[in-house]
Write a protein that binds this ligand. Structure first.
Ligand SMILES: [Fe+2]
Ligand SMILES: [Fe+2]
Length: 404
């Protein structure tokens, strides 16, 4: 009998360490594979055959000082063993190359990390996002690596001492904008968090990316609230328009629809808003806050676009469903007015830089131009996602006046 694997066990008794050599060796074999155990312990002659019976391995006998065991199939872990691949660079993107994501995931592998061999008989888990095409676009691990490297510190990285004293009307405007931003950031924290627990761990890189997004949003909430309070202005008004718009975001149950409406349309529109705040910020600290949060947002938009584009490329019926998702939301918000007035006025004053009437007229123009720029950029993003010009125009027009 030719053994496929052999181990040297010396005089180890079965209950004194022998199994720590035998069991791992058997795990390396497929059912039907043969293990040879060279042993000089007399007790093993009796003990090994009975252990094999209990564990449903076939004890084949003792020849030339070796016990031969045929590996049974009971409890054999599924999947091939991962051995011999050395990560060139320990990044998440490299891990995905080494251990690719499956097309569909098995709900009874639970929290077993992708690549682990899983014993049969485990319980089913309630994950319901089980298809790679709907969960994990090809660039997700790379986006996760970038997000980890790009984390920043609200206390250390903002030049807080540059805020200084502003005209109270301008400081009030900044505080109102910060209040609006923080409220919207709260929705950007809560909406993706609802999907993490539904993602199968075979696509853990998506859950990991979303967790960086949550950390980003937490930092954004923090930094906007600090800016509102750092010069004594405090928070402004929360509008019903904002409240209704953000509630409608919480109501999406489909991951792709939520990613589309939140990230492609909402966070996409925020890129223009934050650029506007940076451009018209009355002090370097406020400008830096807008610049840094915008950098983070562009990652969230990138992931949203990658997710949607990938899902659309594998399921053309999704175009219609995403359009319907936008229409549904617009219908629930049809009686909501335009951009919340406290925000309109604050953005106008921010761009004016003073309450001097001619400056305010310029601020008003800048605000109108912002709305047009947002519309144009949304259309461009929708075009990049693969929508027709007509669909893009319609969906951008139907997008909430709350921006998010
Ligand atoms: Fe954010
Ligand atoms: Fe975001």
């Amino acid at each position: 009998m030719i053994a496929t694997l052999a181990i040297e066990a010396g005089d180890l008794p079965l209950g004194g360490g022998l199994l720590a050599l035998v069991r791992p060796a058997l795990l390396l074999l497929e059912p039907g594979g043969i293990l040879a155990v060279r042993s000089s312990a007399a007790s093993v002659v009796q003990d090994l055959p009975s252990w094999c019976r209990v564990e449903r391995h076939r004890y084949l006998g003792y020849e030339d000082g070796r016990h031969l065991i045929e590996r049974g199939s009971l409890g054999a872990p599924r999947g091939a063993r991962e051995w011999g691949y050395r990560l060139k660079k320990p990044s998440a993107a490299e891990v995905v190359r080494a251990v690719p994501m499956p097309d569909t995931a098995n709900a009874d592998t639970g929290f077993a990390p992708r690549g682990a061999r899983v014993e049969p008989g485990g319980p089913r888990y309630p994950f319901d996002l089980l298809e790679r095409d709907r969960v994990a676009p090809p660039e997700v691990a790379q986006l996760y690596d970038q997000a980890v490297a790009a984390q920043w510190d609200v206390g250390r990285d903002i030049p807080w001492d540059t805020v200084g004293e502003h005209d109270p009307a301008i400081e009030s405007a900044v505080c109102q904008v910060m209040t609006f931003l923080a409220e919207n950031e709260l929705s950007a924290l809560y909406v993706p968090s609802r999907f993490i627990a539904r993602i199968h761990p075979a696509y853990v890189e998506t859950a990991m990316f979303l967790s960086t997004q949550l950390a980003d949003e937490a930092r954004h909430i923090d930094v906007f609230l600090r800016r509102a309070r750092v010069a004594g202005g405090g928070l402004g008004v929360s509008s019903v328009t904002t409240s209704r718009s953000l509630l409608s975001l919480l109501e999406y149950e489909d991951f792709t629809e939520a990613a589309f409406v939140l990230s492609v349309l909402g966070e996409g529109t925020f890129l223009d808003l934050l650029r506007f705040v940076e451009e018209h910020a009355p002090d370097p600290a406020t400008a830096e806050i807008a610049r840094r949060t915008r950098n983070d947002e562009s990652r969230h938009v990138h992931f949203g676009l990658a997710h949607v584009r990938h899902a659309l490329s594998t399921d053309p019926t999704l175009f219609g469903r995403l359009e319907a998702a936008v229409r549904r939301r617009a219908a629930t918000l049809h009686d909501v007015g335009g951009v919340p007035t406290p925000l309109q006025d604050s953005l106008t004053l921010l761009a004016a830089g003073s309450t001097e009437p001619r400056a305010v007229a310029r601020g008003h123009e800048a605000f109108r131009a912002l709305l047009e720029a947002m519309h144009a950029a949304r259309i461009k993003r929708l075009d990049r996602a693969g929508f027709t010009a007509e669909q893009a125009e319609l969906m951008s027009t139907l997008h909430t006046a709350n921006f998010m």
